[in-house]
Design a protein around this ligand. Structure first.
Ligand code: F0G
Length: 472
């Protein structure tokens, strides 16, 4: 098992977890449970849980830049980890149980080429490249935290429902932790790169005859029936790890707060987690303002957009009308409404973190947009063209930014960070399909494919080859 017990890292956070507890997010309930208990919902009212801290008991840095010192001690796995080097800010388990695979060595890259495409002034757009993580997506930030909690509670079998990346990440961490992994994926609903990872890391992979929303409902039942440890983002510890994406964004900007964070929205774990990160940093006086946030759906999976923009639901300090969400999900069931988008990672119609996301939108004065697949794929091609590469879901953030600049919601002079959630190699079918017009696997590729760069067939003769190069 990859724990860090024997590394001799210098401990700057207290070893105990006395400061941490779990609390129901429902403001009318607020029940608390112990940090070492395993729940995916409040045992009293069934709402989501938060991890909370008694900050007075945590030894915090005086300013965020104090974390820079950890770069000098990267031989310690906890200081190397882009999650645990901020461990005072997610101090829920002892160091000895932490399971790390060196996640979070990610990059905040200024990208003027993509800035030009979106209408942001050169120098103002940064891409947070989470595709550099060990399993190729941002999920590893959450998985290191969830597995550390799983280890703390003595779990031996872990499970998730997934559109692909969670299963890949879970499978990787489970094999490192010596735990058995069970993943639920929708039949034909997962990009091949991700399925390949789950299989290769030895996860028990169940292809359910249904989509992600079906898998999510079933994995919750199986978890309850069998006592599996669930690592979907209903697990509040997952979201604690994902806060570190925002810490690294701030670090990449020399601890300056950007004007906007733009993030794709699927199950709404990231957006929820980012809101919590900023609300805590502000509360602790470690930042002086909170950036605005834009959450971007695909139009083929636009439940958040419908609920916020068409039904007008707001968090309202926790006093929102929860029937709006329940009625929407019931309407989907009654009408057989299913998510359908080329951005398979966010092909989700019943996001489990809806309420936490509404809370984050309030914290961050956020906006929501939905963008069509054709714009997502054009945006993805731009990210690739300017040297980074991401999977379709990630590019929703770029397509969404472009729309928001065109609408005047985001100003050309603002400083913007888009989160590229997953590596381009995860879904080569979508990429090759875009550039050739023919998708190797199932889904049709939407036109007009403005930046298609298909391969050029050439006869095997030097003159023809030279001509083909000259004509490029
Ligand atoms: N981008 C990628 C690449 C993803 O894999 C996901 C979610 C998201 C964005 C959406 O993030 O849920 O935090 O809003 N993938 C999950 C999975 C659902 O099963 O891999 P979110």
């Amino acid at each position: 098992m990859k724990t860090v017990a024997s590394t001799g890292c210098k401990r700057t956070a207290p070893m105990s977890n006395e400061s941490a507890y779990q609390q129901c997010i429902n403001v009318d309930c607020g029940a608390t449970v112990g940090i070492d208990e395993v729940h995916v919902a409040c045992p009293t009212c069934g709402s989501l849980l938060d991890v909370r801290y008694d900050w007075d008991k945590v030894e915090l840095p005086a300013r965020l830049s104090d974390f820079n010192a950890r770069w000098a001690t990267r031989n310690c796995p906890l200081d190397f980890s882009g999650v645990w080097r901020f461990r005072q800010l997610l101090n829920f388990c002892p160091d000895a149980v932490k399971i790390t695979l060196g996640e979070g060595q990610t990059l905040l890259q200024r990208c003027d080429g993509v800035a030009d495409y979106t209408g942001i002034r050169r120098g103002g757009l940064f891409l947070q490249y989470e595709g550099c993580n060990p399993s190729g997506s941002f999920k590893d930030n959450g998985m290191t935290a969830a597995f550390s909690h799983a280890a703390m509670t003595g779990a031996t079998r872990v499970a998730c429902a997934s559109t692909g990346n969670t299963s890949a990440s879970l499978a990787m961490y489970a094999s490192a932790a010596g735990m058995a992994a069970v993943v639920f994926v929708g039949s034909g609903k997962i990009a091949l790169g991700k399925l390949a990872q789950a299989l290769d890391y030895g996860a028990h992979t169940l292809q359910i005859a249904g989509d992600f929303d079906d898998c999510m409902a079933r994995v919750k039942q199986a978890t309850e029936a069998m006592g599996l440890y669930l690592v979907n983002s209903v697990n509040p510890f997952r979201l604690e790890g994902q806060k570190a994406i925002m810490y690294r964004v701030l670090e990449g900007l020399a601890w300056e707060v950007p004007d906007w964070i733009v993030v794709p929205g699927g199950n709404l774990g990231n957006s929820s987690s980012f809101g919590k990160a900023f609300s805590e940093l502000k509360h602790l006086g470690l930042i002086d303002r909170i950036p605005r946030m834009a959450v971007i759906n695909s139009t083929g999976a636009d439940t958040l957009d419908r609920i916020v923009n068409r039904k007008g639901l707001r968090y309202d300090g926790g006093h929102f009308d929860s029937r709006v969400i329940a009625d929407d999900y019931a309407w989907q069931d009654a009408n057989g409404v299913k998510a359908d988008t080329i951005a398979s990672a966010i092909e989700i119609n019943k996001p489990v973190n809806m309420v936490k996301c509404l809370r984050a939108l309030e914290t961050c004065d956020g906006v929501v947009r939905a963008v069509p697949d054709a714009e997502i794929l054009d945006a993805k091609a731009q990210v690739g063209r300017w040297g980074l590469g991401c999977e379709p879901a990630s590019a929703a953030s770029i397509a969404g930014l472009r729309r928001l600049v065109a609408e005047g919601v985001i100003g050309a002079d603002e400083r913007v960070v888009c989160i590229l959630t997953g590596n381009g190699l995860k879904d080569p079918d979508a990429t090759v399909g875009y550039h050739t017009g023919q998708a190797p696997g199932g889904k049709s590729i939407p036109e007009p494919r403005h930046f298609a760069n298909g391969p050029i067939p050439v006869v095997n003769e030097l003159d023809a080859i030279i001509a083909a190069i000259e004509n490029a």
